[in-house]
Design a protein around this ligand. Structure first.
Ligand code: ADP
Ligand code: GLC
Length: 464
C-alpha cells in the first residue's frame, strides 16, 4: 500500500506533544510491515531539510525509506512557535493550515502516482478530506484513494468565524451542514470527520467516550453517525527511542535488571529543579502541556494539602498563560517541596521520567497518553485518572503485583488525588513491593507493531 501521513507535527522535526510522537513513529512501524510511506508536514523554522524545490517543498528522510516532504512558506511557518505562544494560537491559523492542506493536495498530484490512503491528523488537516473528495468529483486522480482522519484531541477543532470562509479557498456553497459549517462557525475538524472514509481515535476507551456528550466536545452526534467507521486504536511507543539503557539524554543509563542508577538520577533531578535532597521521600514528576486537559486545576486545588505531606513534586511544562501563571505562583510557596520549570526541553523531560518515583497524570480527559507509557518504561509509576487511554493502559495496584502497574484515582476530586498520592507514598516505603513494581513497570510494552497491523486492517477495509 502507498500511504501518506499528513500532520502538523512529526518527530524528530517538530513537536509540542504526543501527536508528533505518533506521526513520527507509526510510519516506521507501517514501513516495517512492508508498506510505502510518505510524510507531509509544514517546514517550521529550524527544520533542516536536505533537498529543496525553492519556495515550495523540501524533503528529508525517516526510517529506511520514508520520504518526508515539508511544505514551505516563510510567512506562515517561519515563526518562533508551531501554533502560537502562551497567549494562544496565531490569529491567522485558518490561513496557515488551509494553505498547508491545499499544498499537500497539490504535492500529491505533482508526485503523479496516486496513493491508496491519505491519513490526516487533527483539525490542522481537517480541510484535506474535503479537498480530496471535491477533487475526486472532477478528476480521476484521487478516485481510488481513501481518507482516514485520526482524532488525537477533540477539544481542539479549528473553529473560526464565518467571516474567514473566503480564506479557505473552497469556492462558495460549503458553508452549510454538508460542508464546513457547525453552529454558525467554520469548524475544520467537523469537516474532516464528515468527509473522511474512516475516523479513528487513539485508544479503544476514548472511541467509546467521544460519542457521549461528556467527551464529544459537541461532535458526539456526528461521531455517532459514523458508527462502523469510527475505531479506537491504542497508540504505541517507540521503545528504541525511549530506552533508559541507551538513552543519550540521561546519565547514568540503567536497565530493567539493574536500575540502581535511578537513585543518582533522582539527585540530579532535585538539583536540576533546585530542590534540596532530604530524607527518603518520594518525588512525583509531572511532564505536561499546561492546559485544562492535564488536570492542573485539580493539582492547584489539592496543592496546600499536598504540601503538608513528606513528598516533593517537580513539574515541567509549557502552555497556556493562565496555567503557567498558576504553576509559577505555586512554585514560590514551598520552594523545598515543589519546583516548576516552564519550558519545553527534551533532555529535562527524560530526566524527570528517569529520576522521579511516580508520575502524575490527573487528566480531565486523555485520548491515549504516551507519558504514562514512557514513565513506566523508565521505572516510574503513574498515578492517573480513569479516562481514555489511561484507563486502557494503567491497571491499579489493587489488582495484584503481577497485573498492577500504577495507581488509578478512585474519583476525579481533590480527595481522589490525595488518596492516590498517599497510597503511592505508602508503597514507596515498602521497599520490596516498590522494587517489584519498578521491575514490572519496566517490563511492560505497548509496541507499535500490534497497532500498526490494526491500522493496516482498517486501511484495507476502507479500500474494499
Ligand atoms: P499530549 O499529546 O496530550 O501532550 P502525550 O502523553 O500523548 O500527551 O504526549 C506528550 C509528549 O510530549 C510526551 O512525549 C512528553 O514527553 C512530551 N512533553 C510534554 N511536555 C513536554 C515538555 N515541556 N518538554 C519536553 N517534552 C514534553
Ligand atoms: C493528543 C492526546 C494524547 C495522545 C496524543 C497522541 O495530544 O492528548 O492523549 O496520546 O495526542 O495521540
Amino acid at each position: 500500500m502507498r500511504i501518506v501521513f499528513v500532520a502538523s507535527e512529526v518527530v524528530p522535526f517538530a513537536k509540542t506533544g504526543g501527536l508528533a510522537d505518533v506521526c513520527g513513529t507509526l510510519p516506521l512501524a507501517l514501513e516495517r510491515l512492508g508498506h510505502e510511506i510518505i510524510v507531509i508536514m509544514p517546514r517550521y523554522s529550524g527544520i533542516a531539510a536536505e533537498k529543496f524545490i525553492p519556495g515550495r517543498v523540501s524533503t528529508s528522510g525517516l526510517g529506511q525509506g520514508i520520504k518526508v516532504y515539508f511544505i514551505e512558506n516563510k510567512k506562515f511557518f517561519d515563526r518562533p512557535h508551531i501554533y502560537g505562544g502562551a497567549e494562544g494560537d496565531y490569529p491567522d491559523s485558518l490561513e496557515r493550515f488551509s494553505f498547508f492542506c491545499h499544498e499537500a493536495l497539490r504535492l500529491l498530484k505533482d508526485l503523479k502516482e496516486p496513493v491508496d490512503i491519505i491519513h490526516c491528523h487533527d483539525w490542522q488537516t481537517g480541510l484535506l478530506p474535503l479537498l480530496v473528495k471535491k477533487d475526486a468529483e472532477a478528476d480521476s486522480f484521487f478516485q481510488k484513494t481513501r481518507v482516514v482522519l485520526t482524532l488525537h484531541n477533540l477539544a481542539y477543532q479549528g473553529v473560526f468565524p464565518k467571516g474567514q470562509y473566503s480564506k479557505l479557498g473552497i469556492g462558495t456553497g460549503m458553508f452549510n451542514e454538508e460542508g464546513v459549517e457547525f453552529h454558525g462557525k467554520i469548524n475544520l475538524l467537523k469537516a474532516g470527520i464528515l468527509f473522511s472514509d474512516l475516523v479513528t481515535t487513539v485508544s479503544p476507551g476514548h472511541a467509546r467516550e467521544i460519542v457521549t456528550s461528556e467527551f464529544g466536545y459537541g461532535l458526539e452526534e456526528l461521531l455517532r453517525q459514523k458508527k462502523g467507521c469510527l475505531v479506537g486504536i491504542l497508540n504505541g511507543l517507540d521503545y528504541d527511542q525511549w530506552n533508559p539503557q541507551t538513552d543519550p539524554l540521561i546519565q547514568p543509563n540503567y536497565s530493567d535488571k539493574d536500575w540502581l542508577a535511578k537513585k543518582i538520577l533522582k539527585k540530579k533531578l532535585q538539583s536540576a529543579f533546585k530542590l534540596p535532597s532530604f530524607g527518603d521521600i518520594p518525588i512525583f514528576g509531572f511532564v505536561s502541556r499546561l492546559c485544562y486537559q492535564k488536570g492542573i486545576d485539580l493539582f492547584e486545588s489539592a496543592f496546600e494539602s499536598l504540601m503538608e505531606r513528606p513528598i516533593q513534586v517537580v513539574l515541567q511544562g509549557v502552555g497556556e498563560d493562565k496555567y503557567q501563571k498558576i504553576v509559577q505562583r505555586l512554585a514560590k510557596k514551598y520552594p523545598q517541596k515543589f519546583s516548576a520549570l516552564i519550558k519545553y526541553d527534551e533532555s529535562l523531560a527524560h530526566l524527570v521520567f528517569a529520576g522521579s518515583d511516580f508520575l502524575l497524570m490527573p487528566s480531565v480527559y486523555e485520548p491515549c497518553g504516551l507519558t504514562q507509557m514512557i514513565a513506566l518504561r523508565y521505572g516510574t509509576v503513574p498515578i492517573a485518572s480513569y479516562v481514555g487511554g489511561l484507563a486502557d493502559t494503567i491497571v491499579d495496584l489493587s489488582e495484584g503485583a503481577l497485573k498492577g502497574n500504577g495507581i488509578v484515582m478512585p474519583s476525579y476530586s481533590v480527595s481522589g488525588l490525595l488518596e492516590s498520592m498517599d497510597r503511592a507514598t505508602g508503597f514507596f516505603h515498602q521497599k520490596d513491593k516498590m522494587n517489584a513494581l519498578v521491575t514490572h513497570a519496566m517490563s511492560l510494552r505497548w509496541t507499535w507493531d500490534i497497532s500498526a497491523k490494526r491500522y493496516i486492517e482498517c486501511y484495507e477495509e476502507c479500500l474494499k
